[in-house]
Design a protein around this ligand. Structure first.
Ligand code: ARG
Length: 394
């Protein structure tokens, strides 16, 4: 059996529990998607808990290029607020676990999700799509232990477990740091300062703004301040610069796919900056029809699918294909001003931009005549005025 292993309490206990309850030889896989983690220590812990073999798989580049890149193209913000970090990483983790299962000739895979979260759905659905013959087991849905009982279970078997009394439940990757439970479960309370790690409190951020110029090619970020960088480096750089300016703190009441609302807190400076910049560039280059269709239909539909565990849904790729047709034109640069928690676009340009200063200028240049303007307005308003006359008899 191959277990997706985070190194946390649940999955550490799961190694032993799966061996005891399924008679399984448990192989652990830890996928590096950019979380800050001591992977050598995670490996030691896996073996101490009884893993037969352990793999640490560096998937940072793939996470950036195949998942974050699509999120940027689709401005993926669930309910307008959550940049989907956790949701995006799950299908990739499943793919890596399935690969390991094939290599090892395993007949089942396992994960640490509980029955209250979204992650179980993302994990199970993606696994069923990629490998319908593999059984999927979620020990935490079966064993009925709470955290104290898990610690006790491990103690009795001499298994060293990490941080038994963690204040928050954290899920971290290159794109987003997700903070759940403990003090943030009180929806009325401002998240305590110790919930945050990537971001300076806005009030303590530098008194002077920082400007970043982001270059885009075909809808994807390709440079910062004129320097060409690969996507993982761009994301890391923007997380650092944004975080230092207090940008990227998100407080969200979230509609979970499992039927209830939760209060979620996120840190995602690069995501906030990139979405802001990318959407602005789209406004410059897309026709108003393309813009509305993308921002009102394609983008939120894509975000919903990914949030709801349906990475495997054919529509996801079809939406991307539609977006890619428009994104050809999203080449140019956007200047963003970072200042005490805000990220504001203050300038942009593109060879495909359809803004013309000459046309827009109030003081000079092209002006329609009075007659032209009247003719246009008359025809423009005809539907509305005709309906009003019919309805109100005027
Ligand atoms: N609510 C977010 C989501 O469903 C974040 C989940 C965080 N997961 C965690 N194990 N702490 O995508």
């Amino acid at each position: 059996m191959v277990l997706a292993y985070s190194g946390g309490l649940d999955t550490t206990v799961a190694i032993r529990w799966l061996a005891e309850n399924f008679g399984a030889e448990v192989i652990t896989v830890t996928v590096d998607v950019g979380q800050e983690e001591d992977f050598a220590e995670v490996e030691r812990r896996a073996y101490a808990a009884g893993a037969a073999r352990h793999y640490t798989i560096d998937a940072k580049k793939e996470f950036a290029e195949e998942y974050i890149a699509r999120a940027v193209l689709m401005n993926a913000m669930y309910e307008g607020k959550y940049p989907l970090g956790t949701a995006l990483a799950r299908p990739l983790i499943v793919a890596k676990v399935v690969e390991a299962a094939r290599r090892e000739g395993a007949d089942a895979i396992a994960h640490g999700s509980t029955s209250k979260g979204n992650d179980q759905v993302r994990f199970d659905v993606t696994a069923m799509a990629l490998a319908p013959d593999l059984k999927v087991i979620a020990p935490a849905r079966i064993w009925g232990m709470n955290r104290e009982q898990e610690v006790e279970y491990a103690r009795r078997r001499g298994i060293p477990v990490p941080e038994a009394h963690k204040k928050y439940s954290i899920d971290e990757n290159l794109w987003t740091r997700s903070i759940e439970s403990g003090p943030v479960d009180d929806q009325a309370l401002e998240p305590p300062e110790d919930a945050f790690k990537w971001t300076t409190p806005p009030e303590k951020a530098p008194a002077q703004p920082t400007y970043v110029e982001i270059g885009f090619t075909g809808g994807l970020p390709t440079s910062i301040n004129g320097e060409r960088l690969d996507l993982p480096s761009i994301v890391k750089a923007l997380n650092a610069i944004g975080g230092a300016n207090g940008v990227g703190r998100i407080d969200h009441i979230e509609s979970r796919l499992v039927g209830f609302k939760s209060r979620e807190v996120y840190e995602a400076p690069a995501a906030v900056i990139l979405y802001e910049a990318h959407r602005d560039l789209e406004k410059l280059v897309l026709t108003p029809r393309e813009l509305r269709f993308k921002h009102n239909v394609l983008d939120p539909t894509w975000a919903d699918l990914v949030y709801q565990g349906l990475w495997a849904e054919p529509l996801r790729e079809e939406l991307e294909a539609a977006a890619r047709g428009m994104e050809k034109w999203a080449t140019g640069w956007v200047k963003v001003k970072l200042y005490k928690g805000s990220a504001q676009v203050v300038g942009r340009d593109s060879p495909y931009g359809t803004y013309s200063r000459e046309i827009a200028d109030y003081a000079a240049g092209w002006y329609p005549s009075d007659e032209e303007a009247r003719g246009f307005i008359e025809m423009w308003s005809l539907h509305t005025l005709t309906a009003l006359r019919k309805r109100k008899n005027i």
